[in-house]
Design a protein around this ligand. Structure first.
Ligand SMILES: NC(=O)c1ccc[n+]([C@@H]2O[C@H](COP(=O)([O-])OP(=O)(O)OC[C@H]3O[C@@H](n4cnc5c(N)ncnc54)[C@H](OP(=O)(O)O)[C@@H]3O)[C@@H](O)[C@H]2O)c1
Length: 250
């Protein structure tokens, strides 16, 4: 299927590794011109154009907004960044809540606001935010992520209704457990904390997934590319799970 992305300009955040990099690869494979943003600015694939910006701080977002102005046009935004630390809901300092809200929410809202006027003017655009299964089924010991991503979900759904009439769709993709650096670091941290060996922790984690395995980053990127496609023009305000059946609710 031709996804109609040839010649479209895509901006993918958190794209040097993991889910962002897989999304960037999938869009580039469909002929999109892809700008891949991360702190390092490194790219896995020569077809991608890297740019270094730390999206956890306002100055990094300012630098990216100048870069967006220089690019001149963005048709597809994949909003993503590194996830917060593990931990409980209790005892988080106010300054840390604010820092995580800045990194995961405010930065992405500001970047979306910068690309939306052009999308609305051209009558076509895609805003795709990478969330987490924790939005629909909170993950124990990931309170910062569960809490702040819930706010991002509220933003995404509200925005979807505002811009649908302009041909701009706004969706979230919810990863369950996809095999990336972050997932491996999380498993290693659980193994250290519990005193169990890593293989035991991973086997228990896989056993909780109906598919019986972790997802591959390319399986995730393919869903992002579909949501960016011309064919997905009537999909908006959705939460699309890529989780091998992990989330138990309907
Ligand atoms: N993998 C999963 O199964 C899963 C499940 C649920 C939710 N998630 C969430 O989905 C997001 C992506 O996950 P992932 O597994 O791909 O994570 P990852 O392997 O840690 O990759 C994160 C990417 O974001 C970039 N990044 C990190 N901090 C950044 C910053 N301050 N500014 C700009 N770029 C930054 C990293 O590159 P640099 O280091 O070069 O900056 C890297 O390219 C995370 O928020 C994660 O919590 C993932």
């Amino acid at each position: 299927m031709d996804l109609g992305l040839a010649g479209k300009v895509a901006l993918v955040l958190g794209a040097s590794r993991g889910l962002g990099a897989a999304s960037a690869r999938a869009l580039a494979a469909e002929g999109a011109q892809v700008h891949a943003i991360s702190r390092s600015g490194s790219v896995e694939d020569g077809a991608l154009q890297g740019f270094a910006a730390d999206l956890s701080i306002p100055q990094g977002v300012d630098a990216l907004l100048s870069h967006i102005a220089a690019i001149g046009r963005v048709d597809v935004l994949v909003a993503n960044t590194g996830g917060p630390r593990r931990g409980t809901a209790q005892g988080v300092p106010g300054s840390e809540w604010l820092a995580v809200f800045q990194a995961l929410a405010v930065s992405q809202f500001r970047i979306a606001d910068a690309v939306l006027p052009g999308m609305v003017k051209r009558g076509w655009g895609r805003i795709i935010t990478i969330g987490s299964s924790g939005i629909e089924q909170p993950i124990p010991d990931l309170a910062l992520s569960n809490a702040v991503r819930g706010s991002v979900a509220g933003w995404s759904k509200t925005l979807a209704a505002e811009v649908a009439k302009h041909g701009v769709t706004v969706n979230m993709v919810l990863p369950g457990r996809i095999d990336t650096d972050r997932l491996r670091e999380g498993d290693a941290s659980k193994a250290r904390g519990s005193g169990l060996d890593l293989e035991h922790v991973q086997a228990a984690s896989r056993a909780g997934i109906p598919a019986g395995r972790y997802g591959k980053p390319d399986e995730f990127g393919a869903v992002v590319a579909f949501l960016a496609s011309v064919q997905a023009s009537y999909v908006t305000g959705s939460m699309v799970r890529v989780d091998g059946g992990l989330i138990r609710s309907i």
